[in-house]
Write a protein that binds this ligand. Structure first.
Ligand SMILES: [Zn+2]
Length: 246
């Protein structure tokens, strides 16, 4: 069986090989993403260092959008990457209205994903409804809603066959627990969002938290750890359209 960290920012570790060592030691699959184009080479390097354990997504996060279209800055990496992410909308950084830089960047990157048939990782904090509206206008291969908090939109997310990655916030957030309980078996993935650290968990961060997330999920959903680990592995294969993970 394979542990899965479906959303981690390996380039943000700045050359610290800690997460890769964890992945190799624990037979984990890490789906790495970027927040801007300058991180893309580091993501590719991680995949070269541990090709069986690392998948490399590239994308421009809502925090990092500029007027320059992401598809231009990311062009050298688009054919070879495993997917597009982290992309999305978030009012915290700037307006998400039509014609604004965030919306233009999101649409531009979804076009790329559609054209190349690549899976996407979506950041939707506080903009869940808007993200779903935009996503619904594309014919996308696979969609992962990472750290999803849009309870009212959850039935729609599940109906569309999107994946939802649950992270360490599950261990202290009632809202994330409710969402985790409502997910269908075929929609669940696990993530650390490393190097994000979790204050309520004593500042812990990174892929070492994945087994704790699985234990939490198993308890909440009344399933066994092994069944859930197996299921998340199957879902990761489906998300990546791969026959085997490692
Ligand atoms: Zn992230």
């Amino acid at each position: 069986m394979t542990l899965v960290d479906a959303h981690i920012h390996l380039p943000a570790y700045g050359g610290d090989a800690g997460p890769l060592r964890v992945a190799l030691a624990r037979s984990m699959c890490l789906i790495s993403c970027t927040v801007n184009a300058s991180e893309a080479p580091a993501g590719e390097r991680s995949r070269l260092e541990a090709p069986r354990n690392v998948r490399s997504f590239v994308g421009v996060h809502p925090s990092d959008v500029t007027r320059e279209l992401p598809s231009e800055r990311l062009a050298p990496f688009l054919e070879g990457c495993d997917g597009i992410g982290e992309i999305g909308l978030d009012e915290k950084y700037s307006t998400t209205s039509d014609g604004g830089a965030q919306m233009e960047a999101f649409i531009d990157q979804l076009r790329v994903a559609e054209r190349l048939g690549k899976p996407v990782q979506v950041h939707s904090r506080g903009s869940e409804k808007r993200c779903l509206e935009v996503l619904g206008t594309f014919n996308l291969k696979k969609v992962l809603m990472h750290w999803f908090e849009g309870e009212p939109q959850l039935p729609e997310v599940i109906a569309r066959g999107y994946f939802v990655s649950v992270g360490p916030a599950l261990l202290y957030s009632k809202k994330i627990r409710r969402i985790a309980r409502s997910l269908t078996p075929g929609s669940i993935l696990t993530e650390s969002d490393g190097p994000v650290s979790y204050g309520p968990l004593g500042g812990a961060n990174g892929p070492n938290l994945i087994p704790s997330v699985l234990f939490g999920l198993a308890a909440i959903r009344g399933e066994t750890y092994d069944d859930l680990e197996r299921r998340v592995g199957e879902n990761a294969k489906a998300f990546l359209s791969e026959e085997r993970l490692i």
